[in-house]
Design a protein around this ligand. Structure first.
Ligand SMILES: CC(C)(COP(=O)(O)OP(=O)(O)OC[C@H]1O[C@@H](n2cnc3c(N)ncnc32)[C@H](O)[C@@H]1OP(=O)(O)O)[C@@H](O)C(=O)NCCC(=O)NCCS
Length: 168
């Protein structure tokens, strides 16, 4: 049975491999430091029956961000003040042994739920993500993320899309 947990010492970060070294290194070297300093939070997916340190099967990180509304599509930006709050999905990765089994989709669903928790207490116009390449971009687009007019690899998932996705 899979479970999503806040990254802690009970997780085996060292053996995680998603085939992207920057993402592997983020989990191994940076994620816990960032959490301690309030820069971002990282959540990991584990098998809840695993023995500690539990192997990490996938992870995502979130941080609070501020966006200049002029980067948004005009239909959205014209109703907004100059600077608006959002949540950034800073990292998303699945272990190479577990890719293409629906775990990325599961992690995105969990990130959307975390976004809604923040939205209900402090607002935020949606989830932002920087896709690392065209392949990652098309991955995010299938979940309703829209590319920014000024930067094709920066995508936005509006709160309305998140609410609809979590209703179904
Ligand atoms: C990209 C990544 C997070 C996807 O996670 P995953 O668990 O392998 O993907 P899922 O099983 O959730 O895939 C869901 C759907 O996306 C499709 N898909 C999977 N990887 C895709 C990709 N790279 N591009 C486009 N579509 C993709 C699948 O076909 C699946 O569709 P289906 O359910 O209709 O068959 C994962 O492959 C990964 O960690 N890659 C290396 C790191 C990376 O590129 N991270 C993105 C950072 S910007």
């Amino acid at each position: 049975m899979y479970k999503i947990e806040l990254l802690s010492r009970s997780h085996d970060r060292d053996n995680f491999d998603c085939k992207s070294e920057p993402l592997n290194l983020f989990l191994k070297q940076t994620a816990r430091q960032h959490a301690d300093r309030g820069i971002s939070r990282t959540f990991v997916l584990v098998d809840e029956t695993a023995v500690e340190p539990k192997p990490v099967l996938g992870f995502f990180s979130l941080n609070i961000c501020q966006i200049e509304s002029e980067i948004l599509p005009e239909s959205l930006s014209k109703k907004l003040p100059r600077n608006v709050p959002g949540i950034r999905l800073g990292r998303l990765a699945v272990a190479k042994t577990h890719q293409r089994q629906g775990i990325g989709k599961m992690l995105l669903g969990a990130a959307m739920e975390k976004f809604l928790e923040v939205f209900k207490t402090a607002g935020g116009i949606g989830l932002f993500v920087d896709a690392k390449d065209a392949n990652a971009k098309s991955y995010y687009e299938q979940f309703g993320f829209v590319p920014m007019p000024s930067n094709d690899l920066e995508l936005f998932l509006p709160v309305s899309t998140i609410e609809d996705a979590l209703k179904t």
